[in-house]
Design a protein around this ligand. Structure first.
Ligand code: 26V
Length: 815
């Protein structure tokens, strides 16, 4: 019988120094005296890696020996963040490494800063996957994370003349010490071609797919260490390689460009992460990416992970593939193809197995974000899969007809195949039909998913639908990002909270302890000063360290309503410069934005421009000096989040109700002692319920009110006309005051607000300003504010991704 994980004894500083110097000399091939910061970073990373290796091997052995069910997390994105700090924390080597580096005359912070974070995701969905694999390792649950090793992750954002300019993220260029290529586990993936159905001697139909091109999937393994528990799970990311370096025949004929073209096509598949995170473009390369990683992953598990003689009728006892949104949904026909065409199963039996092996998580409510692939494209790239999808659909619609005879409207509504504007496959429907469970990511979202997105399906199969509210890992987002708060928590309630976040409840009584509140405020203040220093060095921003820090960080999207935040800032500024409010009466605030816009999302980029333009003017105007400042550091990413969130006083979660599926930044802020100003949307609902109304600034329409207003007909210009403060604010923006008199430059945003305003910014403006006035009043009483902040921390333990994983295990995976 396999034994449990063993936590290794801590190494000594001497031992660590010796290993480090060994890595520097024999790994990096340099002397300490000659080495660059990058040499030292790589050597340190390889040193830490060594301490994880025994646990990784041991975990692998244990996983092979036990017959436990594995979670196969299928995700096109993993937004991991930097690895060095995380892995030092997981191995409890932080202090030893620091002292060891000091002995070598090295500042470890400089080495940490050398790491380019793996930005293999767009935002919430990719970061969630990273939190989930962290939690599963910490809970010693067998999990393989499957994904794509993009050569270029999410673009690096820079600003030129206040506008976003994207720079390729060449995160691998200085070497990546955290990955291990495994050529012995390569997989061949096929595309294109045609199919042929023949009948066997025994009368069975057999389909053969003759593809016309193939690529190699090369797996790279990443360590996913649990928190100090001796467990290291695996993240397996696939990189595309050409089957032949280049075509020698063509090369010999002298056409060099043509000779390498096939190689380029193949290797393009894992070249770059698509930076659009809401409007799928139906691009062929993206479908290639999806099928590529899914085909590699299924093959890897079935043929290279399970024992050779494994009886696939029991596949569901060994794996549950969790589909992170629709991106990996092509795995469903792929498993059917493997079972029927390759392993000789009858259709019905294969379908029974397949249904038990998949579960589907939906992460959106925006109709435009639901993936649909044209049948033409799918059939061209994956002809056999399209046939399989048609057959799944036929049999499914038969079931619908049986349940609802004569209701052809229903049949058309539920069909996996849409007929207009062109024949296309609705991937969310395919996922829902095949999956054993379908879940949303917050209570409200799961409810809306049942009622609005998939109502027919939830009536047909009510038991299929469930909720798992998202969570975030307390290791990275509290213990690693906020060492000061962590130390205070540990001094006060012990360190059990790091792996059992509900224990933060024990903090509640301390909210009434003046001494504790004082310490808590000192932590926040020190974090703010750290941030102020960082932004001075990183972005040349000069910010007052005492002001309230009001933070809105997330992708730039109309539905998230960065413009509402902007209108608030402009209205405060307007109040002062118009003389209506004396500057001394304005609560000093620093507004911080962090946001990337999809490169093709024009309006989002105009909003970025406008925020920067307003920041320039507000920051330079002596009328509001020391009262209002605006910071928009470029290139918001996980690394910056780890610095910003611990410093925040106020967390902005102001999406239009019913649009943000969950949000996870909202959870990180609450856990770091920021108060939330937010709408009744996504997980905000649950945060407010847990922390208490008095400790949360709620504003704005509810989802049913939004529905009602939409039904009545919403006219933003009428709201503008009826509210003098809103009019003044928009007029100031429109006047060109922030753009050197250029009214054209602000027109895209202003015109959209006045004449379109799809996300009802103007409708919620008044309520938002009122809520912000309540924020000012509350902030004026530091003791009451700290008390609320402490209660936010104490009552947010529910939002640990460990809890999310327990919910998945109980409600979905049964692992
Ligand atoms: C969609 C697409 C569409 C095609 C192009 C590439 C691409 C990449 C990502 C996505 C996913 C968009 C959905 C998403 O990120 N949803 C967010 O998921 C978070 C985790 O559940 C949740 O907290 C956010 O509210 C939700 O917006």
């Amino acid at each position: 019988l396999a034994s449990g994980p063993v936590v290794q004894p801590a190494p000594t500083v001497d031992g660590f120094v010796e290993t480090f110097l060994g890595e520097l000399n024999y790994g990096q091939g340099t002397l300490l005296s000659q080495s660059t910061v990058n040499d030292q970073y790589l050597a340190l990373a390889r040193t830490v890696r060594r301490y994880l290796m025994a646990d990784w091997l041991e975990t692998g052995t244990r996983r092979r020996q036990t017959q436990q069910k594995t979670v196969g997390y299928l995700s096109a994105e993993y937004l991991l963040g930097r690895q060095l700090g995380n892995n030092l924390l997981a191995t409890n080597l932080q202090d030893i490494a620091q002292v060891a580096m000091e002995r070598c005359g090295i500042d470890i912070a400089t080495l940490r800063a050398q790491e380019v974070e793996p930005g293999l995701g767009n935002g919430g969905l990719g970061r969630l996957a990273a939190c989930f694999v962290d939690s599963l390792a910490t809970m010693d649950v067998p999990c393989i994370g499957y994904g794509i090793r993009y050569e270029y992750g999410i673009f690096r954002q820079t600003f030129e003349a206040d506008r976003q300019v994207e720079v390729p993220d060449s995160w691998l260029s200085l070497g990546n010490p955290w990955e291990f290529p495994h050529p012995e586990r390569q997989v061949l993936v096929s595309f294109g071609g045609s199919t042929e159905t023949t009948t066997d001697a025994d009368g069975r139909e057999r389909c053969t797919w003759t593809p016309d091109w193939q690529v190699i999937g090369m797996p790279y393994h990443y360590m996913v260490p649990g928190h100090r528990n001796g467990v290291v799970n695996t993240l397996r990311l696939w990189s595309a390689r050409a089957t032949q370096a280049f075509d020698l025949q063509i090369f010999n004929s002298g056409d060099y460009a043509q000779a390498v073209r096939a190689q380029t096509t193949a290797e393009n598949i894992s070249k770059v992460l698509y930076p659009e995170d809401s409007t799928p473009q139906g691009k062929e390369l993206r479908l290639q990416q999806q099928y590529f990683f899914v085909a590699c992953s299924l093959h890897d598990f079935i043929d290279n992970t399970l024992p050779a003689d494994f009886d696939l009728r029991r596949l569901h006892q060994r794996i549950i593939f969790q589909l992170n949104d629709t991106h990996p949904v092509i795995a469903i026909p792929e498993l059917m193809r493997i079972l029927v065409d390759r392993k000789g199963f009858a259709w019905d039996e294969a379908w029974e197995i397949t249904q038990k092996c998949f579960a589907y998580t939906c992460h959106t409510l925006l109709p435009e974000a639901l993936e649909v692939w044209s049948a033409e494209l799918l059939g061209r790239l994956l002809p056999r899969h399209l046939e399989i999808i048609y057959r799944i659909n036929e049999e499914f619609l038969e079931e619908v007809r049986e349940a609802h005879p004569g209701d052809e409207m229903l049949v058309r509504r539920m069909s996996i195949i849409a007929e207009h504007p062109e024949r296309a496959v609705r991937m969310a429907y395919l996922a829902t039909v095949a999956a054993s469970k379908v879940n949303g990511v917050a209570e409200l979202h799961s409810q809306l998913l049942r009622d609005k997105v998939l109502p027919d399906f939830s009536r047909l199969w009510p038991e299929k639908f469930t909720n798992v509210t998202n969570g975030v890992t307390p290791r990275r987002f509290v213990r690693l990002a906020n060492r000061r708060l962590s130390d205070l928590l540990t001094e006060t309630i012990g360190d059990g909270w790091v792996t059992d976040l509900d224990r933060l409840r024990e903090l509640e009584p301390y909210a009434d302890d003046a001494g504790f509140r004082e310490q808590f405020r000192a932590v926040k203040q020190a974090n703010k000063e750290r941030l102020t220093t960082l932004l001075r060095v990183r972005d040349g921003l000069e910010l007052p360290p005492e002001a309230m820090l009001d933070v809105m960080v997330k992708r730039l999207h109309e539905y998230k309503r960065q413009t509402l935040k902007l209108l608030h800032i402009v209205s405060l500024y307007d109040d002062v410069v118009s003389g209506r409010v004396p500057a001394e009466q304005v609560t000093p605030r620093t507004f911080v934005f962090g946001a990337k816009a999809a490169p093709g999302y024009h309006l989002a980029k105009e909003i970025i421009f406008l925020i920067n333009a307003v920041a320039d003017v507000v920051n330079a105007d002596p009328a509001v000096a020391g009262r209002l400042s605006v910071a928009f550091p470029a290139n918001y990413n996980v690394t910056l989040a780890e610095k910003l969130i611990p410093a925040a006083d106020l967390s902005e979660q102001i999406s239009l109700a019913g649009k943000e599926a969950s949000g996870t930044g909202n959870m990180k802020f609450a856990l770091n002692g920021a108060l939330t100003i937010g709408t009744d949307d996504g997980a905000n609902v649950e945060i407010r319920r847990l922390v208490g109304d008095e400790h949360f600034f709620l504003f704005g329409m509810t989802e049913p009110e939004v529905e009602e207003l939409t039904a009545r007909g919403y006219t933003p210009s009428a709201v503008y006309e009826s509210d003098p403060q809103l009019r003044s604010t928009i007029d100031l923006l429109a006047s060109g005051h922030f753009t050197g008199g250029d009214r054209q430059a602000v027109a895209p945003v202003v015109d959209n607000l006045l004449h379109q305003d799809s996300f009802m910014v103007l409708a919620d403006f008044r309520a938002y300003l009122d809520a912000q006035a309540r924020v000012d009043a509350a902030y004026a009483d530091p003791d009451a504010w700290s008390r609320s902040a402490i209660l936010n921390v104490a009552r947010s333990g529910y939002f640990s991704s460990d809890r999310s994983m327990r919910d998945y295990l109980e409600r979905i995976w049964h692992a």
